[in-house]
Design a protein around this ligand. Structure first.
Ligand code: ADP
Ligand code: ADP
Ligand code: ZN
Length: 227
């Protein structure tokens, strides 16, 4: 199964991608995480990426496409992958189509998490993550079981993203509406778009995604066995 999670910043893509990764063994390709790793590499490219992200702007399509090309060909993607944060523009989506076609792969579903702007701002304002393993948390909606200790790895240091400050968030939402929202009709026309209510609590959103992936897995088995 090859799945795209689509939605504005703070919609819950990373939270749900991590769950799908664990539950279904799909490789998680989170471009924001990849870029953050690149931004601390100390290279000229890293510095350029860091500046773009700090602005709340989008990294150029050619850079993103090459980053993803290297990943979808990796062995851990043989079972399938979940894309979190890519594609974010129509040219990225078109490049992905070409890339998958040449690999003999296809998309199973594009899942849109619908969340209103007020909730997005609230989610981003309270977002923090484990400095060691990257596990995501929220001040109000997803606190660690033991305060100050990561549930996943036991580390006790956390960080907040530099680009999660309100001025930058407004720019990121604007970039989403301008450059990424056109992907919704793009995938709807291709019969791939599944929209779910991202306003629901985390566990309920997970259930809605599992229902879609369960259906997709059944259809896949049917096609493989009978068609
Ligand atoms: P994205 O990857 O789409 O930017 P995240 O998964 O990082 O979004 O979620 C943003 C913040 O909101 C995180 O702090 C996360 O813990 C929290 N969150 C995620 N999903 C929900 C939800 N359904 N309800 C409330 N808070 C959520
Ligand atoms: P969020 O979880 O809030 O949606 P991400 O962690 O996915 O944000 O992305 C953080 C930043 O990384 C974006 O604001 C953008 O600058 C850059 N970025 C991530 N993915 C892409 C992409 N596919 N195309 C261009 N820029 C990207
Ligand atoms: Zn951790």
């Amino acid at each position: 199964m090859n799945v795209i999670l689509l939605g504005p910043p703070g919609a819950g893509k990373g939270t749900q991608a991590e769950h799908i990764h664990q539950q279904y063994g799909l490789a998680k390709l989170a471009t924001g995480d990849m870029l953050r790793a690149c931004a601390t590499s100390g290279t000229a490219m890293g510095d350029r990426i860091k500046a773009i992200m700090a602005e709340g702007a989008l990294v150029p399509d050619d850079v993103m496409v090459e980053l993803i090309r290297g990943r979808v060909q990796a062995p851990d993607c043989l079972n399938g992958f979940i894309l979190d944060g890519f594609p974010r523009t129509i040219p990225q989506a078109e490049a992905l189509d070409v890339m998958l076609e040449s690999e003999g792969k296809r998309l199973t579903a594009v899942i849109e998490l619908q969340v209103n702007d007020t909730a997005l701002v609230e989610r981003i304002a309270g977002r923090f993550a484990c400095a060691k393993c990257g596990a995501g948390y929220h001040d109000a909606f997803k606190r660690p079981n033991v305060q100050g200790v990561c549930d996943v790895c036991g580390a006790d240091t956390f960080f907040r993203r530099e680009d999660d400050k309100p001025e930058t968030v407004a720019k990121r939402l604007e970039a989403y509406n301008r450059a990424t929202a056109p992907l919704l009709p793009y995938y709807r026309e291709r019969g791939l778009l599944r929209t779910i209510d991202g306003m629901a609590p985390i566990a309920q959103v997970t259930q809605a995604i599992e229902a879609i992936l369960g259906d997709a897995a059944k259809q896949l088995t049917y096609r493989q066995n009978f068609l």
